[in-house]
Design a protein around this ligand. Structure first.
Ligand code: IVH
Length: 696
């Protein structure tokens, strides 16, 4: 096989780039087949990585040229397949963001309110620089490192123990740690190591890494740990997962213990007593940022007292006791080459600016979202304009403003299309809405493909081997037009004249694996199923809420059916789910009320075995599975904390009293809800009784 072409990516013309992408797609596919299906690699790992990196770099420069069979989209790449999956004992959460001082003040106020702390009570906060790397979890048993994993989706990561062991700053054994202790922290590549690595890459004719974070990620995901060992990665500890015991009662105290056991903890970490001290630290670090030997992108504030952290808990995927205060985003100037419209799964038309590639904070930016018609009009963004773009953290780059005196003569205001660029249907923009939507509904292929993609995505059906590329190809071949078709694919393939295994990119093994993965997913949780439908406003949070409230498919279907008139008890009950409002409930009914959807849904159900979703059952909890209502004033906790506690113990919290209510917790000032509870003979308890009930 030929060696990677050494023509630098930055100098490729568009035609050359297209040719290179075609060559790389073919070559990488051949290597993949040799590796996975024949188990006989024809190329060294490092050379293979170089091919992939070059492919990605070209795609980053010419996103429009990305091929439907691009290796970067292909599932079955060694990076995704090579490591065993590991389920995290405690989920690895992510942080909410604060951008301005006011957001930080809000964070403190939220903590104070949630805990019902008096104004003069001091909330100690630990402030840590936020390193821009990758988080990792390290499990120590009897002081010995037994498992190292990536964060993955927070619930499940990859076992990269061998790679993590090669990092000098990760001790193989700890001195004085408890029986079980899972340390969490950041793996990153300091600037000096990054520069040295890229110089090496260049010497070897390989593509440079775009930034230290990518370099760290690429280095960690090497199947051959000796490659990781050659990269100078660093590690700082800042959190923990499962532990048999804790060495302190404050975050700061645990950090000190971690240091004593042999970890590096960020030296700059500071204990702050109020907002001013927090903001001063932020300003100090932002000024020091460019002199730091590694990338930091903000400050993480954490409530120091661990008992408070425990009470605060998490909302969704982020803890209430911590927040990331980002540094100001980095900006750059570039030119808008074109404005294109993307069609989403609900038909939303999103304008995107195609940009002359420009480096912003170490990352090459080629696209920026323009959000909607008004955004373009307000900023008067025109094709050919020079614009200021900003990239903040991992967010999609934004166009901040146009540089007016650089506008080329003849540039015209952008005219937003009134038809869908994919299917030609009329688009519409409803009164009071900012988005245009394609009116093609079920005939719009772009929407259909996006819906199928969503259906198989990670949080929904998560079918291994069925990614964007395969969905698109199956759709185009007429093999999969709606979700149910996925589950009849094998049957139809057995009788097909041209079975899948004879098609380009497929072989005996990959087809067998795909069918096995599909079979496995016939059994599916109600929450994943609801999410997979792609109903407007129904994301993971609402899907879980609905699944937990109704428990079984049967109950859920009955509730939908009985709610159809948008009045009556079932409808009211739907609206009573704390977190579901008219918009969500309406979208649900709209979805099932649509004849095509209803048919597609019946066809799908015929293929599935839907599993009930239980409330998180909590051993010994007196309220697990019960429906509670809080009313009146709570004096010792806040409504928010009470609700969070109740839910954590497996109860449902409702906003109104009905026959389904099991228990009402009433404080002073309780009115109509209390009367209704008494009428219905529902048990009513005071806040004190509530606290006694849930005390462990
Ligand atoms: S704490 C429960 N502390 O930021 C909170 N995270 O969005 C878990 N990060 O995935 C994270 N420095 O990769 C924490 N001092 C720090 C951090 C830090 C960097 C990263 C980490 C995490 C992400 C959170």
């Amino acid at each position: 096989m030929s060696k990677p072409d050494t023509l630098p990516v930055a100098r490729l013309t568009e035609a050359e780039a297209a040719g290179e992408l075609a060559r790389l797609a073919g070559e990488i596919a051949a290597h993949d087949q040799a590796y996975y299906q024949l188990d006989a690699p024809t190329i060294a790992d490092a050379e293979y990585d170089a091919l992939r990196q070059r492919n990605e770099a070209i795609e980053a420069r010419f996103p429009a040229l990305k091929r439907p069979d691009s290796p970067s989209e292909r599932i079955g790449a060694p990076v995704a397949e090579g490591f065993a999956k590991v389920r995290h004992g405690r989920p690895m959460l992510s942080l909410g963001n604060a951008f301005e001082a006011a957001d930080v003040a809000d964070f403190l106020a939220r903590v104070r309110r949630f805990l019902k702390l008096a104004e003069e009570e001091i909330i100690d906060i630990v402030a840590e620089p936020k390193i821009d790397g990758l988080s990792a979890a390290l499990r120590y048993e009897d002081g010995k490192l037994t498992l190292g994993a990536t964060r993955g989706d927070g619930e499940e990561g990859e076992d990269i123990t061998a790679n993590l062991r090669t990092i000098a700053e990760i001790p193989g054994s700890l001195d004085g740690a408890p029986a079980v202790f899972e340390v969490r922290g950041e793996v990153f590549m300091p600037h000096a190591a990054f520069r040295a690595l890229n110089a090496q890459q260049a010497e070897a004719g390989r593509q440079a890494y775009a930034n230290p974070r990518n370099a760290a990620a690429g280095s960690l995901r090497q199947l051959d740990a000796t490659i990781t060992a050659g990269r100078q990665l660093s590690f700082r500890a800042y959190a923990w997962g499962e532990t048999s015991e804790l060495p302190a009662t404050t975050h700061f105290g645990v950090l000190a213990a971690l240091r004593q056991w042999g970890f590096r903890v960020q030296e700059e970490t500071r204990l702050c007593r109020d907002l001013d001290e927090m903001l001063a630290f932020h300003a100090e670090m932002e000024a020091a940022r460019s002199r730091m030997p590694y990338d930091i992108d903000g400050i993480v504030y954490k409530v120091d007292r661990l008992d408070w952290q425990q009470r605060l808990g998490a909302a969704g995927r982020s803890p209430r006791w911590a927040v990331a205060h980002k540094f100001a985003a980095e900006k750059a100037r570039t030119r808008v080459k074109a404005i294109e419209i993307q069609v989403g799964r609900t038909g939303k038309l999103t304008p995107v600016a195609r940009l002359e590639p420009v480096t912003v904070g170490g990352v090459v930016v080629t696209n920026a979202t323009l959000h909607n018609q008004d955004y373009i009009a307000d900023k008067d963004i025109r094709i050919g304009d020079t614009v200021l773009v900003q990239r903040a953290g991992d967010v999609i780059p934004q166009v901040l403003a146009v540089v007016p005196d650089q506008r080329p003569p003849g540039a015209r205001p952008f005219v937003f299309p009134e038809t869908c660029p994919e299917c030609g249907s009329r688009a519409g923009r409803e009164e009071g809405e900012v988005d245009w939507r394609c009116g093609g509904g079920l005939v719009c292929q772009a929407q259909a493909v996006e819906r199928l993609r969503h259906f198989v995505s990670r949080d929904a059906f998560d079918i291994e081997g069925l990614g964007e590329r395969q969905i698109r190809a199956f759709f185009e071949d007429g093999l999969v037009r709606q979700p149910a078709d996925i589950f009849t694919l094998r049957e139809r393939d057995a009788e097909a004249e041209a079975p899948l295994r004879e098609k380009d990119g497929w072989g005996e093994t990959s087809v067998a694996n795909l069918f096995a993965a599909i079979e496995q997913r016939r059994r599916i949780g109600l929450d994943r199923l609801i999410l997979a439908l792609g109903i407007r406003h129904v994301g993971q949070g609402n899907a879980r809420l609905l699944a937990r409230t109704y428990g079984t498919l049967k109950n859920f279907l009955a509730a939908i059916e009985q709610s159809a008139p948008r009045e009556g008890e079932a409808w009211q009950e739907l609206l009573d789910i704390d977190g579901i409002g008219e918009a969500v409930a309406g979208a649900l009914l709209d979805f099932f009320g649509e004849a095509h959807n209803a048919q597609a849904w019946r066809d799908l159900l015929a293929q599935l075995d839907v599993q009930p979703v239980a409330m998180p059952s909590v051993a010994g909890s007196a309220v697990a599975g019960k429906t509670l209502v809080f009313t009146g004033t709570l004096e010792q906790t806040t409504r928010q904390e009470a609700k969070a506690r109740a839910e954590a113990l497996g109860a449902k919290v409702s906003g109104s009293v009905s026959r389904k209510t099991d228990l009402v917790v009433a404080g002073p000032g309780a009115g109509s809800k209390l009367r209704k509870a008494e009428e219905l003979n529902i048990e009513v308890i005071s806040e004190d009784e509530w606290l006694a009930l849930i005390a462990v």
